[in-house]
Write a protein that binds this ligand. Structure first.
Ligand SMILES: [Zn+2]
Length: 253
């Protein structure tokens, strides 16, 4: 998503598929120059496309560290698997790291807009949201995913809920979610919060009942009934397993 501005474009996350980058760049040409790229988190569906943009990349310092550790070959293999047509564009691929990092808050002042980057740990420990006060818009990253399954495999659930409360206090009407087919209103924050606590409650009671991860997976039911986000339907069976393993690690002690 790109809020446009008479002084240029701030690109929030970059496409995972090189062919989608090309399509997007055609569209962007008519609108202006990309001045900055922001990564809201260190998962490949948010930073893989950085390489195809000249503009400096900004992210939370923890996101930079996580991207720095990301195995290049695995990223290239996964991208090639997702985007057959895009393979020729990957020949000289390297991971483009965030060059500018922040801890709690950073503002980009561009034209008449102030674009705030706010540290909001949750979906990942280094998640950031982008807030544009003049427009009353929040680009939430994957801290909000609209009517698609939330991934908690790398999450800090308590921090996530606290971050959603922080978002609720911002003056905004519109949330552009990290995944999902539509934008949503601030009302959705409470639903997102409920889905996260459904998961933590379910896993904590499985641990209390003495179940192991496998038994929990078989018995946990459906804490988040939403479908998988577009493009990762095939991963559905793995995701619950990854979430349960991660939450067991967090709550076992
Ligand atoms: Zn993610």
């Amino acid at each position: 998503m790109q809020p446009s501005n008479n002084q240029g474009i701030v690109m929030i996350d970059t496409p995972q598929k090189p062919t989608e980058v090309l399509e997007l760049q055609k569209e962007l040409q008519a609108k202006g120059e990309v001045k900055y790229v922001v990564n809201t988190e260190p998962h490949p569906d948010h930073f893989t496309g950085n390489y195809f943009f000249q503009a400096p990349v900004l992210a939370h310092k923890g996101a930079r560290n996580a991207i720095l550790k990301y195995p290049l070959q695995a990223l290239v293999d996964r991208t090639n698997e997702l985007d057959l047509e895009g393979r020729p564009l990957m020949h000289e691929y390297t991971i483009k790291l965030p060059e500018i990092t922040f801890s709690d808050w950073l503002a980009i002042n561009l034209g008449e807009h102030t674009i705030e980057l706010i540290y909001c740990p949750g979906h990942t420990p280094s998640e950031a949201v982008v807030y544009i006060p003049q427009e009353g818009v929040i680009f939430s990253g994957d801290n909000v995913v609209y009517k698609v399954k939330a991934w908690l495999h790398d999450a800090l659930p308590e921090e996530w809920i606290a971050s959603l409360k922080k978002l609720r206090a911002l003056e905004a009407d519109i949330i552009v979610p990290g995944h999902g087919d539509d934008i949503c209103s601030m009302d959705y924050l409470s639903q997102q919060e409920a889905l996260i606590s459904n998961w933590t409650k379910a896993v904590k009671s499985a641990i209390k009942a003495g179940l192991n991860e496998e038994q929990a997976l078989a018995n946990i039911g459906n804490p988040d009934p939403f479908p998988m986000p577009k493009g990762c339907k095939a991963m559905a069976p793995q995701v619950d397993k990854m979430i349960i393993e991660h939450l067991f690690q967090l709550y076992r002690e």
